[in-house]
Design a protein around this ligand. Structure first.
Ligand SMILES: C[S@@+](CC[C@H](N)C(=O)[O-])C[C@H]1O[C@@H](n2cnc3c(N)ncnc32)[C@H](O)[C@@H]1O
Length: 228
């Protein structure tokens, strides 16, 4: 018996939701995030990359793109707060977070709500940076995907390109850019652009990144052509 296309689609979606829920409840990183007070399991992706690559250090200026709900900013804040120079509270450094969605405040983190692709929002971010050289740009931005491969690849490339442009304009010569992208969505073109811009480029797939997901992080370090 045919259930009709709408019911079939509803059941397929529901099965997907049940399987997602099952994975989520049994996910060790979800449990760790609850234990450690992180707003999302994504914190452990940044943590693993940071532990491998030593990205976050006291005194840095850090820009977190696509920051909501805020676990990457929380992790970065914890690292800067752990500085021995700041026993009295606060952080040794600056964190500026941006997202098109609202985000619950995080102490010592400046938040800008808006779309990174919007020039007005970019200007707000640049005003918050206030001429300082940025040490680290981290981007976990994930554009809404349509399911149409070519259109989705273009969206992902676009936000990666904007992050690369922002990094070129604001990073210190030794600075680093960590960006989420997806295998198969213009991935090799994005890596190529990283190689044009950075002396070292590496792909990172932290354990907390689900195996099923094609998500991969690209890390570029040390600008080839820093600002004068
Ligand atoms: C996977 S979530 C980020 C999770 C975050 N790193 C954390 O640890 O809590 C991706 C975020 O990117 C944001 N985003 C996607 N495209 C954006 C854009 N063009 N401008 C600003 N934020 C964007 C989404 O609103 C979403 O909150």
């Amino acid at each position: 018996m045919s259930l009709g296309p709408h019911l079939n689609s509803f059941m397929a979606k529901n099965r997907f939701n049940q399987s997602w829920l099952h994975d989520h409840i049994n996910d060790p990183y979800v449990k760790l995030a609850q234990r450690d007070g992180y707003r999302a399991r994504a914190a452990y992706k940044l943590k693993e990359i940071d532990e491998q690559d030593k990205l976050i250090r006291p005194g840095q200026v850090i820009v977190d793109l696509g920051a909501a709900p805020g676990s990457w900013s929380q992790y970065a804040r914890n690292k800067l707060a752990a500085s021995p120079h700041r026993a009295g509270g606060g952080i040794d450094g600056t964190i500026i977070a941006l997202d098109m969605l609202p985000m619950e405040p995080i102490a010592d983190v400046t938040f800008i709500q808006g779309d990174f692709r919007d020039d007005v929002i970019l200007a707000q971010l640049e005003a918050a940076v206030d001429g300082r050289a940025v040490d680290l740009v981290i981007s976990d931005m994930a554009p809404n995907l349509s399911g149409v491969a070519v259109a989705d690849a273009a969206r992902i490339e676009h936000v990666c390109d904007l992050a690369l442009e922002f990094a070129q304009d604001h990073l210190t010569p030794q600075g680093a850019l960590l960006v989420k992208c997806f295998h198969g969505s213009g991935y090799s073109q994005i890596v190529e652009r990283f190689k044009q811009q950075f002396k070292t480029v590496a792909a990172r797939k932290p354990k907390a990144s689900r195996d099923k997901s094609s998500e991969t992080f690209i890390l570029g370090r040390v600008l080839k052509h820093p600002r004068a």
